[in-house]
Design a protein around this ligand. Sequence first.
Ligand code: GLN
Ligand code: ZN
Length: 761
Amino acid sequence: MASHIVGYPRMGPKRELKFALESFWDKKSSAEDLQKVAADLRSSIWKQMSDAGIKYIPSNTFSYYDQVLDATSMLGAVPPRYGWSGGEIGFDTYFSMARGNASVPAMEMTKWFDTNYHFIVPELGPDVNFSYASHKAVDEYKKAKALGVNTVPVLIGPVSYLLLSKPAKGVDKTFSLLSLLPKILPIYKEVISDLKAAGASWIQFDEPTLVLDLDSHKLQAFTAAYDDLESTLSGLNVLIETYFADLTAEAYKTLIGLKGVTAYGLDLVRGAQTLDLVKSNFPKGKYLFAGVVDGRNIWANDLAASLSTLKELEAVVGKENLVVSTSCSLLHTAVDLVNETKLDDEIKLWLAFAAQKVVEVNALAKALAGQKDEAFFSANAAAQASRKSSPRVTNEAVQKAAAALKGSDHRRATNVSARLDAQQKKLDLPILPTTTIGSFPQTLELRRVRREFKANKISEDDYIKAIKEEIKKVVDLQEELDIDVLVHGEPERNDMVEYFGEQLSGFAFTVNGWVQSYGSRCVKPPIIYGDVSRPKPMTVFWSSTAQSMTARPMKGMLTGPVTILNWSFVRNDQPRFETCYQIALAIKDEVEDLEKAGINVIQIDEAALREGLPLRKSEHAFYLKWAVHSFRITNCGVQDTTQIHTHMCYSNFNDIIHSIIDMDADVITIENSRSDEKLLSVFREGVKYGAGIGPGVYDIHSPRIPSTEEIADRINKMLAVLETNILWVNPDCGLKTRKYAEVKPALNNMVAAAKLLRTQL
Ligand code: GLN
Ligand code: ZN
């Protein structure tokens, strides 16, 4: 009876690690305090898995910050600017790389594949002196062993490590990261030998990059790496774990040809092709770790369906060689359902968080071994059936309306330049109009008001009064600064997705359903469990209240359907695009109600559109088509004179620029200031863009206040590539996390720069 878990959340059921880290960083607690919290979390996880009956329990999946940074530490690949002088890497160096320190900024962070987890990108060059500088993997293995648990130590595989790295600044363009393989493998060998000496009998290498579109040169690197490791690995069972998608036929061939490898971990949830690959060819005597329990969602597994898949696999690989596993690390799901006190019992029956998934994996393994827990399986079947038939899930009218959208097209009737003319007649804006992205600083006082209203500690009247006062303050400030298109500042919103989810039907919210985003930061995605509809207007009251306070145009502020989808746990009983269309229809109603209420400019944020891009290029076109279509659905019904804005938090869209244009917004505001003008290069290369565009003129992620000259300089650079009459002037993103003492002078300089340039044009 064999069961395996790829990896487990580190934060703890109530974010214990987050609080311990932050208190340590604030110097409110000691390194020993932090280590104690970490040790307790690790041992409780090991104990929980071993009590559940899991055979292959992972270790070294805990991390104080990030597993890729742990690998960087293991290899001693500390960038020189951190002044590390060798020896075992301690908290100082480790957290400096992760978060920067007083004199040096942090290393870059980027998305972990298509998840919402972010890792610290290794910076490598030909001169890095690799050395075995963190013994964390073997230490954790030993700690577990001392507790009586013989774990499978997990390492990021050497090839994935290099493929996820970037060349350090100043490194020659011809430098190939993979050329470092012969330099890092000796360190891996030291680690492997250490683990063997400590008693490990299995080892897991996570090589998720195998699921990407890899050319043969990259695939050969896997072959070369494991060829080289083979003799060191002998005597160990070696699992190569892949996840987040299926493998291409070539990658699969490479994987099953790797020397010294005894087991393959495959994602059977996201990988449509995986089953066929295994059936077509599976090496005799090797183990298949079949990832049938979804590590990226919060839904209870359909155990009967999984069991029949497993039986099919068993027929191919043999009874002794099939191991039941999760599709990927459980890092990407919430921790434990037992802490959900506010979810109702019906919905709770449909869910499984990490702790419950461990039990599911084990129940499947037992069933395969002929010890099926009938009660557990029938309870599961009943929950699946109740989810299918629950009237809370299905809303016929919504289903019909969304189905009617498929295969159709929705566009505004008039082209963008004619619309911009019509809008200009109504709005009468100066050239280089100024605006902001939506939120203004969220003070402690503001958060308190929202919290107390939620907890019924203050009356609705008092709440409305307080929010109105805040809006008035923000409106007055913007008038004083002489900004052209105003915002209400979003004081009533805690989060741009949660705010809408709470008012839409089909959404549920957890109290402790946190998922690590990076370091100590966690997000609590809403759960979309049913057909989505909008019972009543969501923002009209606040936007029209704000508009009544000023003669200037007030932007209505909405979150777009693709962003709501991508930042939620999405139902798995219908395709993602159907859920997205449903949300689009709900937002469309809101857009039209705002228009009726006299709001002439409406911003529909699609901060997360790019994030949803599938890992494999072959799937991009389909995703972009329905995502962009969903956006257009929201505003295809407005008049020419209503100006639709959208906003995106990244500028790295050279590859999707045609989809951005196809969104057909009147104005797009985008992050730009941190990206070395990658964005502008698109236009320099001749992409025609006729709509309004506001590439952020300063970085809101930093407390630094940009000078007027600096901003003017930025705008001038943009003017060199873009037509004067389409350029907008705005910050990079919302101002929510900044202080008024930063926002006021920064916006003041921004407006001054716009005014200065207007006189010169
Ligand atoms: N309108 C939102 C704000 O200003 C946009 C946030 C975002 O793009 N992430 O806060
Ligand atoms: Zn943004």
